[in-house]
Design a protein around this ligand. Structure first.
Ligand code: F6R
Length: 236
């Protein structure tokens, strides 16, 4: 595991975008696993700039996102599909049909979970997975629990995650309480993993990277993966 400490959110974003960009240069038709949330916005901004000034070409890149809320349509500004279109996909030359997220509106969410797991496998697996981390150690929406969930599945979000996410909604009651997420097994199958985390995640980063491997701290499982890079930043 490589742990890179940077001095600012901007520095972390440039470094993360450099690693993601290098993956695209090395394998133009790579599969990138992507995350939403505050942590990757700066990296997406850098990737967009690098594409717009001709340094990066996303025309053959495929993407799969970690998760999506249940019950939010793609055109809902709080949905993760909307977030990805706004912060990245509409700003780079990626083909829309090559961008994938779970369908949180699917009538049968178990069937949708199976479809999404099979889709990732059908693309040949994820080359590089970008992750953020929750204050409780969640990765994707794999919340602390008694076993590491293996495949894509539907989850009940914890109160702490609903509270953390409510900052982006006008009312707490509007925050969805369920989501579809890649499982821990799905994430671990990625060839490489890149985790980015701000100063406010310092404590959970330490517990995850140096503490006991336990499903109570889902990100602790990353200690078992052979190619993980963690980028932290001192100040936001
Ligand atoms: C988002 C995701 C979550 C976030 C995590 C950190 O797709 O899967 O695990 O990465 O909640 O969110 P931020 O970056 O907003 O602190």
């Amino acid at each position: 595991m490589r742990i890179l400490e940077t001095g600012s959110y901007q520095e972390m974003s440039v470094l993360a975008a450099g690693i993601l960009g290098a993956q695209v240069l090395l394998k133009p038709n790579c599969v990138l696993g992507l995350a939403t949330g505050s942590s990757p916005i700066g990296a997406y901004e850098e990737l967009s700039k690098n594409c717009q000034n001709g340094l990066l070409d996303f025309s053959q890149v495929r993407t799969v996102n970690l998760d999506e809320y249940c019950g939010l349509a793609p055109e809902n500004p709080q949905s993760y599909r909307y977030f990805m279109d706004q912060h990245l996909f509409s700003r780079i030359n990626i083909r829309k049909e090559n961008t994938h997220l779970p369908n949180g509106m699917a009538p049968d969410l178990e069937e949708e979970s199976r479809r999404y797991e099979a889709l990732i496998e059908g693309l040949g697996g994820v080359d590089l997975q970008l992750l953020g981390i929750g204050h409780n150690g969640h990765i994707g929406f794999n919340e602390p629990c008694s076993d590491f969930p293996r495949d894509v599945h539907q989850v009940q979000l914890t109160e702490s995650t609903i509270t953390a996410n409510s900052r982006l909604f006008s009312r707490r009651e509007d925050v969805p309480t369920t989501a579809i997420t890649m499982g821990i097994g799905t994430i671990l199958k990625a060839g490489k993993i890149l985790l980015i985390a701000g100063e406010e995640k310092k404590e959970i980063i330490e517990r995850s990277l140096f503490g006991k491997v336990t499903p109570q701290v889902p990100a602790s499982v990353l200690q078992l993966h052979r190619d993980v890079t963690v980028i932290t930043c001192k100040r936001s």
